[in-house]
Each structure stands twice: as C-alpha cells, then as structure tokens.
Ligand binder design. Structure first.
Ligand SMILES: [Ca+2]
Ligand SMILES: [Ca+2]
Length: 396
C-alpha cells in the first residue's frame, strides 16, 4: 500500500492516512513474523528536513555536506544490495525496512516494511538476492526480496539456537569474504564469565549449517567489516562499565585468522586486567586492540570507505559510528569518527569526522548507529534516537 504525496503541505494528509492504516491493522496479529504493515512514499522538502533535524549543527570537514536520506523509526544496522536497495534493521521496533531511491537523486523515495513482529531485528545482511535478518536468538531470511518489496514473503528460520538473553542480545550481522554469515554473541552482562558461546564471534553457512566460533573474548561487538584489500575482519567492541569515566576504552580490533581471543572478561583494552576476573591472568595472553576508541563512546557500526567521491586520503579508511555514552559524568561520543588507512594497512588514530549531535555536553540531537557506503560514493549514517538516516556526500 502506498501513499503518494507531492509536497510538504500534504504531509498532514499523509499523517492522517498513516494513523488510519495503523488503526486498520491494529487488530492484526502484530507479533507474527511477516505480517505486513504499511509502506510509505516520501516526498518532503529538503530544507524542512534539514531544519527538522538541526543539521546546521553538524560539523564536517570542508567540502562535505549532510542531508536527510530517509526518515525511519528506530533505524539501526544497514546493508545495501548491488541494486542499491537499502535494508535497515530496527531496535525498539520490530520491523525491517527496505528503502529505495528510485530516481537516483540521493534522497529516498519509498520505505517498505519487509518484515515485522520480530524480536529486535537489529541486524541485516544481503547475499545473492536474499536478505538475512539477525534477531536476538534467531537468524531469518527473505528470499529474492527485491522483487517482492511490497509483498514480502514470511521470514524463514535459518538458525534459531543463539541465546535468548536480551542483555547485549541485539545483533549486527554481515557476510564475510568466505561466504559465511558472521554473528556475534555478546556477554549477557556488564562483566561476567559466561561460557560458550557468549562473548564470541560465530559464523554459519547461509543455510544455517556449520556453526562455529570464529573468535573469543569479545564483550559486545555491534559493528564489523572486512578490509577491502586484505579481506581481514575488523570489529568494534564496547568496553565494560563501572570502572570509572576514563577506562577501559572501547576497542577497534583486527582478526586476521580464526581462533583468536580478544581478552574479555580478563583483560580490557589490551593492558588493564579486570579487578575481579583478571586475577591470575596475563594481558599478553590475549590479542590487544589495534586502537582504543575512548571509554563509553559506544562504538557501534564501522565500515571501510570503498567509494570514489571522497578525497583520496579517505580511501579504505574506517568510519565508526559512536552512539554516545549513557553512564559517563560528562557525555562523550554522539559522532562519527574516521581512522585513515595507509597503503600498508596501518590505521591512524580515529579523529572526528561528523559531530554536533551532542551540544553543550547535555543536549542530545541524535545518536549515530551505523555507517554504510552507497554505490554512488556517498555515506549513510543511521540514527535510532531521531529515527532518521543521514547522507553525507562530498562536493568540492
Ligand atoms: Ca529519490
Ligand atoms: Ca578486548
């Protein structure tokens, strides 16, 4: 079902129509996976959206511009198909969205609900025409989804044996260069020794077979990607809480092969033994992070910049979304940082790239969750606090 609107002045009509649809469907079985809700056609005024989301407050390096790509409640992890369809997982909501830019003007035109009634469908990954959805305990797939955006099939269960814990349960998922789906299993706590398969990075085949643990000692990774040249896995990991404002740092890690242990719960940020679980342990027994990302910044989504429109210095750089702190006396994060990559694969200390979602250390204007490079070289940033997806482009 679509609602076509041609200008902002008709937005009130759209809102009324959507309320009507919500009421119309409110008797449906909302908790059954696959029940379809509503699709929306977007046509809002760029300037109005720029003002609505206070984008004048966002600071970027010279030449970069930010705009609104799409409004999407609870927008979390993103993935994009080779045709340019953007898929968006949600947290707080129970839906998975597909967003298209049909006239290729850098602004979304349609938002489709391709799945609903799911248990925190935070993760999305796309492979060979099929969309994979990562919920807390179950991986689903929607086959040949791009030909069925307005009439999606019910999600099929791929694998349903991940733990059901809500604490660090929401999942980021992605396909590696080996064709396997990588699925982290967070620690179900701030700090504990939870046993297998917790605090690990797992992987499975696209048909749900072949479960194995790829890496251990990872507290809660909500973002990872493979270097476009070395094909090695890089991932962010959120450091433990309650050791004060400034330690331990979140981590940017590199896992060039299977079987590595990144320290949790024994050693944090490569050199701090845990006061409780670190007794009798040695940090040198674990792989340290490549970079520390600051305590409590909540480093979530990360991607390598593989596009061609940003200046050459950004090629293959790592962009990281910092969702922002919840328990630090002076809040930090709420920005996108970039670590530049040199020709030999060394990454520089991440520096702010897009910031201003936190004003005066108290006024939260948005919380970046994930970054995603589009085929046209622009970069999207999802924000679950404001329910919006931004687009950053470079116009020299
Ligand atoms: Ca468009
Ligand atoms: Ca670690």
């Amino acid at each position: 079902m679509f609602f076509s609107i041609s200008s902002l002045k008709n937005f009130a009509t759209l809102s009324i129509a959507l309320v009507s649809v919500a009421q119309m469907y409110s008797c449906d079985n909302n908790t059954t996976p696959g029940i379809k809700r509503e699709d929306v056609t977007i046509s809002q005024n760029d300037d109005q959206l720029f003002k609505k989301y206070n984008l004048d407050k966002i600071k970027l390096p010279p030449g970069f511009k930010i705009s609104v790509y799409a409004e999407a409640d609870n927008a979390r992890s993103m993935c994009v198909s080779s045709n340019g369809t953007l898929f968006v997982g949600t947290r707080g909501g129970n839906k998975v969205l597909a967003i298209t830019d049909e006239n290729h003007d850098g602004k979304a035109d349609k938002v489709y609900v391709v799945a609903s009634g799911l248990n925190t469908p935070n993760g999305v990954a796309f492979k060979d025409g099929n969309l994979f959805i990562g919920t807390i305990s179950t991986i689903y797939r929607l086959d040949n989804i791009e030909s069925k955006l307005s009439n999606p099939p019910a999600p099929r269960v791929v694998y349903d044996k991940y733990p059901a814990d809500k604490h660090h349960g929401p999942k980021f998922i992605a396909f590696g260069p080996d064709g396997k789906l990588y699925v982290p299993v967070g620690a179900p706590c701030n700090i504990c020794e939870p046993g297998t398969p917790y605090a690990s990075m797992t992987r499975i085949n696209p048909d749900g077979t072949g479960f194995e643990i790829f890496a251990k000692g990872i507290r809660n990774s909500v973002g990872f990607a493979w270097h476009p040249l070395t094909k090695q896995l890089w991932f962010t990991d959120n450091g433990r809480d309650m050791l004060g404002d400034d330690i331990p740092g979140d981590e940017l890690n590199n896992a060039p092969q299977a079987g590595m242990n990144f320290g949790y719960p024994y050693c944090h940020q490569g050199d701090i033994l845990d006061p409780e679980f670190g007794k009798g342990k040695n940090c040198s027994d674990y792989t340290p992070p490549v970079k520390r990302l600051g305590a409590h910044v909540a480093s979530l989504g990360m991607r390598f910049y593989t596009g061609n429109i940003f200046p050459a210095e950004y090629k293959n750089s790592i962009f990281i979304a910092e969702h922002g702190s919840w328990n630090r006396s002076v809040p930090v994060g709420y920005r996108v940082v970039v670590g530049k990559m040199d020709a030999t694969g060394n990454v520089s200390d991440p520096v702010p790239f897009a910031e201003g979602w936190l004003q005066n250390a108290t006024d939260v204007n948005g919380r970046p969750v994930d970054v995603q490079v589009l085929g046209d070289g622009s970069m999207l940033v999802s924000d679950d606090y404001k329910g919006v997806i931004y687009r950053i482009t470079y116009i020299p």
